[in-house]
Design a protein around this ligand. Sequence first.
Ligand code: NDP
Length: 330
Amino acid sequence: NKVIKLANRPVGKPEVSDFDFEEIDKPTPSEGELLLEAKYVSVDPYLRGRMSEAESYVEPFELDKPISSAIVAKVISSNNGEFNEGDYVSGELDWKEYQVSDGKELRKVDPDGAPLSANLGILGMTGITAYIGLTEIGELKEGETLVVSGAAGAVGSVVGQIGKIKNCHVVGIAGSDEKVELLKTKFGFDEGINYKKTENMGQAIAKASPDGVDVYFDNVGGRISDGVYQNMNDFGRVINCGAIALYNATEMPTGPRVEPMLVQKRLSMQGFIVGDHQDKFGEAVKQLAGWLAEGKLEYSETIVEGFENIPQAFLDLFEGKNQGKMIVKV
Ligand code: NDP
């Protein structure tokens, strides 16, 4: 029974040596508990924040303790009346092949519905983040211009598609020509920009958004966002969902000051954490599943095989090696 622990608090870019692999006994469930076998493990950019000691909206991981993330697991045996052997569940679980749980924070997953892995992406946290961020926080309206950074990733690819469902002009920013092509062909974006090949982001955004930008869904921050801000329309809204371009920074880079522009253009910027909106999760999943069934929503996943590859899959998020949701199949 393998377990992956946090060995060091990474400084800058995390490395495989920041993780420890150990072999432990397979646990036996007590009364009220169930034994779980991990099947699909989600690796997410926010885990980087939990590896540092800095105070945040979620507790840091402890050194020499297992890391945890969203996992889909199979119930191997159960001493808990609410779960049966053979059930599938999802929840925040440890990076262990086998573990016991009291079942309290677990949600049953239907193995005959969507593919099991979809519960970690399009019908899980990242799909829900896209939906709530855009509809509740950004209040996107029909016909507006929406710009999305991290556009070919798990959250971004869904954000852009919801924008198209709402008949918006949608511009996506991603890190390769292949991803930009995918935005337009698979996900229906109107325009795509490869930021790695673009020196002047401001000009590129202006060209791709002839009517200016009404809503900016930001997953990355940094110089990409500097370029978008210049193109915001009056009363524009910025949804600050993530800032992956800065998660490994040891010193925060400075950028242009935006305060005068915020005033002149009456812009709003709002950070949000999806976990604060649990009351909307049911509605979000129902709507996402509905769009999937109607063929209005596509999704992609990058599935890495093997429990031992969880740390590398996590590191690869920072190199843009994923298209859509990065998932490890145990
Ligand atoms: P993604 O699937 O988007 O994977 C991360 C992507 O980020 C990579 O594929 C890469 O794509 C891009 N990236 C990596 N490094 C950089 C960089 N230096 N500059 C620009 N882009 C970079 O991950 P998620 O969809 O899971 O998450 C996207 C964002 O949303 C993250 O910032 C995450 O923290 C945030 N998030 C926030 C939530 C909330 O509640 N607020 C909930 C869920 C996610 P590319 O090839 O295009 O560079």
